[in-house]
Design a protein around this ligand. Structure first.
Ligand code: ASP
Length: 448
């Protein structure tokens, strides 16, 4: 019970066949009251997204103004392709709906100099008009509710108020994703992929019980499918686990994209439009079950870190040692990622590209400021995070992880366990990265 807000991604609304699936999904549950669609995406790998075509149409009128080149096609040629896609969708769905006037208005406003954000947003706008017809629900323009200030900064409070008021009155509806407006009515978009943000804003505004994010994947995978063949789908994870995995490079829902619902404690479900009965992945504040079914939720990692390892006898008795080290980094504008320490040792892990060509100077400065007995520099380190709220209080987890690496002959250069016991991070040579991910996956994928 409660309101469900359903956001559908570009591939879910790419053609009439996909839109029929959308209708079946929405109609299967009366709680699915609000729908937030993207613009039609690619139908096949060599197809073009409507949003990309719209940016190109804008660039054809303002050459050189945006990074989207016009590749020699004129506004009219590009617009014909956009109009054809929408007209075909309406015809294939058998809708008695003339999209002609709306298309003509979009064309003319782009021709007459409307901004890139206006142009790009029209994919969602037109998609929303069609889907509102298909579902026979009110079309609600986010330009009336989702607010940016005159400098283009998103205004969360005013937006929530307007969304709650307007959608509360409607009770159900279709709200296009990706854009809102500034006070003078100028259209402003979120960054690319921003319909996820719109969906979260709508969910928050109507105090939804669930934010459903419908896409073309089974959910969030336990690890990178480019490294491990068909990894298991994560059934359930917490916002904090998601944050850890995303920070370590897993490409899942963007932090910004779920901020409004995370704040309000609204769970997110990632579902597959092409397999609507599959449970997908559920993200929530605490997790549904008291004890998660699996010890490890996910494994993610990144290459190219540098470890600076300092050693000094009686370091532990020297007050201010860590501060001196960190202040060197601060002066140089380098942010540190991890800081494992021992009794007389202290390491900092930084991203290699944040040090760039300062490495030699940095080491000299550390030597001056901290006077270590030895300082070892290890560039080319990959970090792999094994994340799982179930790992804390479970003896033997670390042994299982390190045992797996030992069996594969992988040399561990660094270990860091977050104080939350939510993750164990290991540092290995860049070249051992993939092997390490596979070994950890194999150790935890099956079984608890
Ligand atoms: N259509 C927009 C994009 O391609 C926004 C979205 O789909 O989320 O970036």
């Amino acid at each position: 019970m409660g309101i469900r807000v359903c956001k559908f991604g570009g591939s879910s609304v790419a053609d009439a066949g996909q839109l029929r699936k959308v209708r079946a999904i929405v109609e299967a549950d009366p709680d699915r009251r609000f729908v937030v669609p993207s613009a039609p995406g690619k139908r096949s790998s060599d197809d073009e997204k409507i949003t990309d075509l719209l940016y190109r149409a804008h660039a054809a009128v303002h050459p050189g103004e945006t990074r989207y080149d016009a590749r020699g096609e004129t506004l009219d040629a590009l617009f014909d392709r956009i109009a054809e896609r929408f007209t075909k969708i309406v015809a294939d769905l058998g809708l008695d709906f003339d999209l002609g006037p709306a298309l003509a208005e979009v064309h003319d406003r782009i021709r007459d100099g409307a901004g890139a954000d206006y142009a790009a947003s029209r994919g969602e706008y037109l998609s929303g008009l069609v889907i509102a017809r298909l579902l026979d629900r009110p079309f609600v323009d986010p330009a009336e509710m989702i607010r940016f200030d005159a400098t283009g900064r998103f205004q969360p409070e005013e937006t929530q108020k307007r969304v709650a008021e307007r959608l509360g009155r409607e009770g159900s509806g279709v709200v296009p994703g990706f854009y809102g407006a500034m006070p003078d009515g100028t259209i402003k978009t979120f960054s690319r992929g921003g319909s996820d943000v719109s969906g979260a804003i709508v969910a928050r505004g109507v105090q939804a019980s669930v934010y459903e994010n419908w896409t073309d994947v089974p959910g969030i995978l336990m690890t990178d499918p480019r490294i491990v063949d068909s990894p298991r789908t994560i059934e359930e994870l917490t916002y904090r686990e998601l944050r850890e995995l995303a920070y370590m490079g897993a490409t899942v829902l963007h932090d910004e994209a779920i901020f409004p619902v995370r704040e309000a404690g609204i769970p997110v479900e990632i579902r597959n439009t092409n397999d609507p009965d599959a449970p997908g992945t559920r993200i929530s504040r605490h997790g549904q079950e008291a004890a998660p079914r699996h010890l490890v939720t996910g494994i993610a990692g990144r290459k190219d870190f540098t470890i600076l390892a300092l050693e000094k006898t009686l370091m532990n008795a020297e007050i201010g040692y860590g501060r001196r080290l960190l202040s060197v980094l601060e002066r140089r504008g380098i942010s540190w990622e991890h800081m494992p320490s021992g009794i007389d040792t202290l390491s900092v892990v930084v991203k290699s590209d944040s040090v760039g060509d300062q490495l030699e100077d940095l080491v000299q400065e550390i030597q001056r400021e901290c006077e270590p007995d030895a300082i070892e520099v290890n560039p080319g380190i990959a970090l792999i995070a094994t994340v799982g709220r179930g790992m804390s209080h479970t003896p033997g987890t670390a042994a299982r992880l390190f045992g797996a690496l030992a069996r594969d002959g992988i040399n561990i250069r660094m270990i860091d366990q977050g104080s939350s016991e939510l993750n164990i991070i290991v540092g290995v040579e860049n070249e051992d990265f993939e092997r390490t991910v596979r070994a950890i996956y194999a150790a935890f994928a099956d079984g608890p």
